[in-house]
Design a protein. Sequence first.
Length: 148
Amino acid sequence: MKNQGMVEILLVEDNLSDAELAIRSLKKSKLANKIIHVKDGKEALDFIAAKNDYSSRNVENVPNVVLLDLKLPKVDGLEVLKILKADERTKAIPVVVLTSSKEERDIVESYRLGVNSYIVKPVDFDKFSEAVIEIGHYWVLLNQKLTV
């Protein structure tokens, strides 16, 4: 049985339209009961570390997967990835970059920092929805989470 405080997916996305579509797609396909959406990199780091607005959250309840945009306000996605993968407490959390960036340097740097998957957001509404569902299916249902 899952912890009530368990977060299955942490969605880090500043584009509200993309976030709403991703959340709707995941919930419609019944892939995630608990999705937390944060709008910038600082908020993502605060959530993971249970700081500031998230200080009442149990820091041990880490998400099954983080869906991370790269182009974020306050702290960019590459910096969030770097911090997550450098910390012993969070480095095993799967991180999927879900971004519009096709830039080679972003792809290379993401993998160098330890991203688990790099996906370019499809522009088409239906294809974006399908991609999010496939990501959720793999990382929430199929992937075996490391429990420490």
